[in-house]
Design a protein around this ligand. Structure first.
Ligand SMILES: Cc1ncc(COP(=O)(O)O)c(C=O)c1O
Length: 499
């Protein structure tokens, strides 16, 4: 007997199910506020609720889909879209971005080369020029200024791509048979406060054996605001040059993960110049980059004109669903040199003409989704004014939270606020040892989070001037549904749990 025909969903059923799904989602957004922010399930609970084997015979959807979502999936979610989610960094979504993702899925385009869908490539180029201009990047980073840009999945991928481009650029000057040996002499620099993805990139690029290996990787000390110290960077570069090493890549951060500190780009560029070295200079602005849509928050960009690349994640704080990292570089040629390989089966006239962008040469994967659709719809729907209003609203709420913390003498704000994150803690009591202060703060965090009313997280920041590291509470305010009442309620919960 021949196999039965595959039971594809009839078009009318899809139309109905899409509408039902949209209704279920909008219902979820309305009720999410009343759910515990953090999932309360135990390890294995969700696994146990799911059948051990795939169904042999399909059942046309929705069947029990919406019941299963309510019964099995929702209890296992930490609700990142809850208005009282203040943990990590936000992971914004918006209706226009969701429609963009739906369109991307429905069009089913795989945009690896220009020829496989010119619109997928050229919309991305145009939207990235729009966004680059909108956040105040130098013209040389835009396609229209002979630079270029690409949408990656994450900031981690962007940093790895830039490290590989830097490595390629540094090795290219050696004769081919000397490049392997020279690769052992390449060095990279980032601050002690930069994101772990930079060390991971070094591991993947063959410049660190593991996360602890410092033979070719330098972690540069930070100042009392947790920003990279340009003098310490210059010292490290000079020492490496004296040892015959090749300073190749520097990853700076605007908006460090722990405390949103900004490395001083201008001073870093001059410090590097003073050494005579010419490494690739990258900016990882994964979270804080969104704030540059507002001209009044662009001061940290001073000096960017001396840098080679800049990346940030609209999927954190700019209303664009995960995943969407935007990476701009003034030297796309180096990136393409590092990534390009054209097997016969991908050859085509457009590629051979050299007149088109083939994004498969701009990152690690070959295949790619039509991610620019969601960014396009976000920018069309909100306009730059609307995006600025979103950032300004969150910063105003963060200022409110900061004023509440400062007004309570039991607490202290630990680092200067740069955007929408407050690092604070219960202040040490007279004579209290640092471990006891840390323990009180940890207990406070656990107690408040256990209520399920809100969710915030912690970090540990190095002590200043020889002091021990400090356990610090982090409150990141950037949720799409977060209103003043949620911020005030969060503070009331924290202040009343404080001893
Ligand atoms: C400064 C910084 N860089 C990189 C990352 C990693 O982001 P992604 O998940 O996009 O790789 C983060 C994540 O929070 C971050 O804060």
């Amino acid at each position: 007997m021949p196999d039965p025909a595959p039971p594809h969903m009839p078009a009318g059923d899809f139309r109905n199910l899409a509408a039902q799904t949209a209704a279920w989602l909008t219902g979820y957004w309305e009720r999410v506020e009343h759910l515990p922010v953090r999932s309360l399930v135990q390890p294995g609970d969700i696994l146990r609720a799911l059948p051990e084997h795939a169904p042999e015979t399909g059942q046309p959807l929705p069947a029990t889909l919406f019941d299963d979502l309510d019964r099995i999936i929702l209890p296992g979610l930490t609700h990142w879209q809850h208005p009282s989610f203040f943990a990590y960094f936000p992971s914004n979504i918006s209706a226009p971005a969701i429609i963009g993702d739906l369109l991307s899925a429905g069009l089913g385009v795989q945009g690896m080369s220009w020829i496989t869908s010119p619109a997928c490539t050229e919309l991305e180029m145009r939207v990235l020029d729009w966004l680059g201009e909108a956040i105040g990047l130098p013209n040389a980073f835009l396609f229209r200024g002979q630079g270029g840009a690409v949408i990656d999945g994450t900031a981690s991928e962007a940093a790895l791509g830039m490290l590989l481009a830097a490595k390629r650029r540094a090795l290219r000057v050696f004769p081919r048979d000397g490049q392997r040996a020279a690769a052992q002499r390449l060095t990279i620099y980032t601050s002690t406060q930069s994101h772990s993805s930079i060390i991971k990139a070094a591991m993947i690029a063959g410049l660190a054996l593991d996360a602890e290996d410092r033979k070719q990787l330098r972690l540069i000390e930070t100042d009392s605001n947790y920003a990279m110290r340009p003098d310490a960077l210059a010292d490290a570069i000079r020492a490496d040059l004296a040892d015959g090493l090749i300073p190749t890549f520097i990853s700076t951060t605007l908006g460090t993960t722990s405390s949103t500190a900004n490395d001083p780009l201008d001073a870093i560029a001059s410090a590097v110049r003073s050494t005579g070295a010419t490494p690739w200079l990258h900016v990882d602005a994964a979270h804080s980059g969104a704030a540059f849509i507002c001209p009044e928050h662009r001061a940290p960009l001073r000096g960017l004109e001396h840098f080679d690349s800049f990346a940030f994640n609209p999927h954190k704080w700019l209303l664009t669903n995960f995943d969407c990292n935007c990476l701009w570089t003034r030297s796309p040629r180096d990136l393409i040199d590092a990534m390009s390989i054209t097997p016969e089966y991908l050859r085509n006239q457009a590629t051979d003409s050299g007149a088109v962008v083939d994004y498969r040469d701009w990152h690690i994967p070959l295949g790619r989704r039509f991610r620019s659709l969601k960014l396009w719809l976000v920018m069309r729907h909100y306009g730059l004014e609307g995006l600025r209003a979103h950032i300004r609203e969150d910063i105003a709420l963060t200022q409110l939270f900061e004023s509440l913390v400062r007004a309570d003498s039991r607490f202290e704000v630990v680092t200067p606020r740069t955007v929408n994150l407050i690092c604070f803690r219960l202040a040490p009591r007279p004579g209290e040892n640092p471990a006891a202060t840390d323990a009180r703060n940890k207990a406070l965090l656990d107690q408040v989070n256990a209520t399920g009313m809100l969710y915030f997280t912690h970090t540990v920041l190095p002590g200043i001037g020889g002091a021990p590291p400090r356990y610090v509470l982090r409150m990141a305010i950037g949720g799409v549904r977060t209103e003043e009442r949620h911020v005030r309620e969060a503070w009331t919960a924290i202040a009343s749990a404080a001893s």
